[in-house]
Design a protein. Structure first.
Length: 228
């Protein structure tokens, strides 16, 4: 049996995704799971999404991030999409309708033998099946809700049976992998902002990171600053 490699927020950074898979020496026997936010802000959302959506391997999958969720909301007309969303839609072109269907069916969490995977947060002392979707995904005021409800960061309360792996925020605030008492592991290390792309091996909980090729978001903002 192979191992499981969980990858942090990719945000369209396809070349860094390939760099990471090469550095980690992921094999065809291994399972690859995206923690969400595969798309938006970076240069190649279509190629990243295609890697997880159309991969011929049954061992490649993803869970839902707030950016995938917001695409489904924008598609329904619930929110006005920013230019970064429109850019992703343009990249996907004729695949967009199918991509929306794919993203809308992504699970909000994965419960593995070794760890719980969610994109953003976990509310303390609430059973997994009763967690608010906005908390797990990290959207619609979830961060403010948790800050108002608890005196400390949510991860300091985490006491579930399995360790949890999250993306969404750079919990280290230094674009580094985050480990809180071997119970909470954060793997959003700001690749699209010029930081790193990080993955974590299970069951060893070993981090692997590669540097970003550049600050992709800064380049995007400079290019489209007059379109916001």
């Amino acid at each position: 049996m192979g191992k499981t490699f969980v990858i942090g927020d990719i945000h369209g950074c396809y070349e860094e995704l390939q760099d990471l898979l090469d550095k980690a020496a992921v094999s065809s026997d291994d399972t690859i799971i995206s923690i969400g936010d595969m798309v938006n802000k970076g240069p190649e959302s279509r190629r990243v999404l295609d890697f997880f959506w159309h991969n011929i391997s049954p061992h490649v999958s993803a869970i839902m991030g707030n950016h995938e969720f917001k695409h489904t909301r924008a598609y329904r007309g619930d929110i006005i999409p920013p230019i970064s969303f429109l850019y992703t839609r343009w990249q996907l072109d004729e695949l967009y309708h199918g991509a929306i269907k794919y993203m809308s069916h992504l699970p909000r969490y994965r419960l593995l033998d070794d760890a719980l995977l969610v994109h953003a947060y976990f509310e303390p002392n609430i059973p997994l099946d009763q967690q608010q979707g906005r908390v797990l995904i990290g959207t619609m005021g979830a961060a403010s809700y948790l800050q108002k409800s608890y005196n400390r960061p949510w991860y300091t309360y985490y006491n579930e049976a399995r360790p949890i792996i999250v993306g969404h925020k750079d919990l280290s605030e230094k674009q580094e992998p985050f480990n809180y008492k071997n119970r909470v592991f954060g793997i959003d290390t700001g690749c699209v902002y010029g930081g790193k792309l990080t993955g974590i091996w299970l069951p060893s909980f070993e981090f692997v990171s590669v540097p970003a090729r550049c600050n992709h978001w800064a380049k995007f903002v400079e290019r489209y600053k007059d379109h916001e």
